[in-house]
Design a protein around this ligand. Sequence first.
Ligand SMILES: [Mn+2]
Length: 315
Amino acid sequence: MYKLLLDKILEYKNISIFRHKRPDGDCVFSAYALKEFILTNFKDKKVKCLGKETYDVFPFTDEASDDFVKNSLAIIVDVSNDGRIDDERYKTAKEIIIIDHHPSGELPSNVTKLYKDEATAADCELIARILFSKEFKQYEMSYECCKYLLSGIITDSNSFSTSSTTHKTLSIASKLIKKANLSLSDINYEVFSKDYELFIRTNRLMEYLKIKDRIAYIILDKEDLQMINLTANEAKNNVDALAKLKDIDIWGIFVYNSKTNSYDGSVRSRKGYAINTLANKYNGGGHKSASGVKNLSIGQVHELIDELKNIKKVD
Ligand SMILES: [Mn+2]
C-alpha cells in the first residue's frame, strides 16, 4: 500500500517536506518526524523541512536553495489544498507526494501520489500508521520520531478528546508510547503548557464569551485584542477550551486580523455536526468538526453564526 512512497524515498537524494500556512503542531511534527525517520535510516540523504512560518511550541524551519528543491522529491504533509501550502517552491520539485487527512480542496497539479485518510485525528496518526506498515517496518523509528508523532497526535486530537479520535488513534498512540517508552504526561506538558503571563491573558478571553442557542462564540475586534494583549493566533488557539461548555454543539473564536483588515475564525463542533461545507462558503474549510474561515467582515461573522444555528445533527 505504501510501497510507492518507500520507492520514491529510496530514489531521491534530496527530499523537501512542505506543510501548511499558519502551522500547528500536527503539520510541524509530521514534517520533522518524517525527516527524522529518513535521516535515521538513510544517512546519505538530505532532508529539509520547509515553511516560512513557524509554530511556537516547536519553532523550527529549515532553509533550502531553489536548486535543492528543484532536484528533490517534495512530500507535502497535513495539507492538500494548493493555496494553503507554505512555500510555493513545492511546484518546482521533480515529483510531489501528499500525505494528508483533510477533505480535498484544490489539489496541486502533477501529484505523483496522494495518501489520504480523513478518518484520522491527525496527520501524524496516518504517518505513524505508514511507518508501522509492512513496507516500512524493517526500518528503525528513533525516540525523536516516535515523540514527534505522538506530539502531533496529541495537538490535533486535543489530548484524545476531539470527535475525530477513534480506537485506531489510541492504538497507534499506544504503539508509539510502547516503542519509545514515551511519557504522555510529559508530552502534554510540553505541548499545552503556557507561561504565567499568557495563561492569565488567555483566561481573560472568556469575558468575551457569548451564547446564542447552542452556539458559543467569542468575537474580538482590534481594541479587544489590545485590551487583553493577545495576538490573533494566540486568541484563536484557545478554541478547544470552549469544548467543555455544556449544551453547546458548535463553538468558535473570531478575531480581527490587522493585516487584512477583516476577521478570521476557528470553528469546532460535536460529532455529527458538519461545519466544513458552511466554512467553504466563508472563505475557509477543513474537517467536518474543525474548520477555519477568513477574510470576513463583521457582518459576515454574525451571518455565519446565524447559519451555524441551522446545522442539524446527522449520524
Ligand atoms: Mn492535522
